[in-house]
Design a protein around this ligand. Structure first.
Ligand code: HEC
Length: 190
């Protein structure tokens, strides 16, 4: 507020606001940030720069207005969303991101008395999902981990990278590939 970031928003985060934030987040943000906000959305899996993980220490300590600011102005490789998302909806999304953060970092003591907590692995087993469903969700090998030094857009053929250089996906062509890419993680997506 007054040019400074603050952990507050201009209207209360009611359930209606959170539901609106969830709906807008799923439309505009999940392609890159994923439904849980870990930064490994579908576009990242296809070779975009990993989007910020909302559950790391840096992001957990950000005030609410930071999310509003990032949506309004863009951030690094992320475009701004001020034309697509109204100011009210940007606050609703910010509130929803905070709810997502709480959901991913909750402990059993956050659960109201009388509620049963079931582990994700036992839910996965009951639902007939593979065990990897409940496992950690690693950043896919297809994510671009550094911007190409040469300024060529990701997707253009990589110039002979050094042994430690980040690999740039070579697009759809499989014919010229000398190495088979590592297998995709089989964990839950989106
Ligand atoms: C086209 C992909 C894309 C979309 C869509 C997208 N982001 Fe991002 N976002 C990124 C990338 C990439 C970064 C990391 C930017 C960097 O480090 O250069 C990022 C970073 C962030 C960060 C972290 C900023 C920090 O403090 O480190 C926030 C917060 C964020 N995005 C929020 C959102 C929200 C909210 C939406 C939906 C309105 C959204 N993003 C949509 C790609 C995207």
């Amino acid at each position: 507020m007054n040019g400074k970031e603050a952990d507050m928003m201009p209207f209360p985060a009611t359930m209606t606001v959170l539901a609106r934030g969830q709906e807008r987040f799923n439309v505009y943000c999940t392609p890159c940030h994923s439904r849980v906000g870990n930064g490994a959305g579908m576009i990242v899996q296809r070779g975009y720069k990993p989007a910020g993980n909302f559950h790391d220490a840096k992001r957990l300590s950000e005030p609410l207005s930071h999310y509003f600011y990032v949506m309004t102005n863009g951030y690094g490789a992320m475009p701004d969303y001020k034309a697509q998302v109204t100011p009210e909806d940007r606050w609703a999304i910010a509130a929803y991101i905070r709810a997502l953060q709480l959901s991913q970092n909750a402990t059993v003591s956050d659960v109201p008395p009388g509620m049963q907590v079931e582990s994700l692995s036992s839910i996965a087993q009951k639902e007939g999902d593979p065990a990897s469903y409940a496992g950690p969700w690693p950043m896919p090998s297809t994510a671009v981990t550094a911007r190409p030094q040469t300024g060529i857009a990701a997707g253009a053929p990589a110039q002979a990278p050094g042994p430690n250089a980040a690999t740039v996906p070579t697009g759809k062509s499989t014919t010229g590939a000398t190495k088979t890419p590592p297998a995709r993680p089989s964990g839950a997506q989106q």
